[in-house]
Design a protein around this ligand. Sequence first.
Ligand code: F6P
Length: 536
Amino acid sequence: MEAAAPRCDRTLAWTALRGHWQAHGRDFDLREAFARDPGRFEAFSFAAPELFADLSKNLIDQAGLRLLLELARECRLEARRDAMLAGEPVNATEGRAVLHTALRAPRGQGPFSEDVHRVLDAMLAYAEQVRDTAASGIRHVVNIGIGGSDLGPQMVVPALDAFVHPGITLHFVSNVDGHDIAPLLRRLKPEETLFIVASKTFTTQETMANAQVAREWFLAQGGSDIAKHFVATTTNVEAAAAFGIDTTFGFWDWVGGRYSLWSAIGLPIAIAIGSEHFRALLAGAHAMDRHFATEPLERNLPVLLGLLDVWYRNFFGCASRSVAPYHQGLKRLPAYLQQLEMESNGKRVDLDGEPLPYGTSPVVWGEPGTNGQHAYFQMLHQGSDLIPVEFIAVRRPTHRHPDLHVKLLANCLAQSQALMLGKSTQEALHEKAPTAAQDIDPLTLARHRTFPGNRPSTTLLLEQLTPASLGALVALYEHRVFTSGALWGINSFDQWGVELGKALCNALLPRFASGDTAGLDPSTAALLRRLTGTGS
Ligand code: F6P
């Protein structure tokens, strides 16, 4: 890439956006916007591979969107995107390329294609062997990994439940808390179990400790063939061999942990859904990669979503975004997106290490609908913060209960409608509220039952939740995170913020044996004494 791209706040578009927000943004009213412009839905709806996006319920007008696109151009978003896709070392603090897109490029088309497809073919062949349960004897597959070596497979496997091998149960152990692995081991038999030790570095404390426990359990239960029952997915093949694992599927330092489900880290997915469906997952993601790489910014869905993220974060001051997948299979999607977005963009300095004068990653959170409705939606509708919501709806279910599905979809639409329309105090005054106190003043009650409305949401529609559509959806999020990170001028691909806690944990560990609290701050020292039973 040529000269350094300017940071978002040092552009003309940023100043123009500030003015536009003051004049037309902070008081923007969705209800008026729809009344004024009958073409608003069409103007703000977009198609991308495998999905359709309705952005019309967002607090923005055409002029605002044009300014955001101007911002993207001034920040040279396209050049940055092309640099990433070409394998330039855009992860500057680690001196690495960022090429998860190469993992889903068809054979012969992406960087490192030969390496990628060699490992992919070998991994898929292995997955098929495991799936032949009559021959393999494997009934349970336990993925031991954490963060990016856990959340992707843990999210995808239930999402694609309709495609999962009926004779194999997938389990995920991540936490160093023994309450994670212990109850699982009680239910397993060594001869039916395959452990996948998944770790990019093969040094992560939690994963190594759980792998050790699994191996000890396996031997103690009379298991003998470690080579058959343990497999590793890692970039550190030597460390896996030193652990005693012969079968290893590798990947490369240009695959970030939170972008790794497409690599050998996807082995549990491949075992669950089979090689054909795994290839469809990759193909769906690749289709979204092409969209991101080639579609003009005006119709480029990940770019548009990333721009809206900047608009809400930096102009409206929204500190969080809620994700509501109306599909139970996507129950782990919010957790997956937390790592993807918050580990990528939760940064406070720019590429030069200068402190940023504006907010970056919002808190991403959520639950599947309709469960969230009965928990925290109260706050989305009537709370004091503006929280953009993202609804994900799937038109065709894979189950045979159409009555349930239509209720689910109606709930999804009703929520975005309610957020936008709200309810005035006048409307509330004219309603009956059967559960209200008999003696309450009607106006007071109506105020409690008022919904301000004008709360923004985006709705993503999928025809069906398939390997291809899920691949496209996840790639959409990856590129959206890239977009906002590029505009914010941060490195979205390092994660130094996880290091300090790891180092301090390693320093504290021996103190649990010795009880030594010398040199610790008073709070940590007192807590340590309580936990080790050496003081009160
Ligand atoms: O928590 C930090 C982190 O490095 C994540 O980025 C990564 O996904 C996770 O730990 C697991 O790392 P590894 O795959 O090396 O075990």
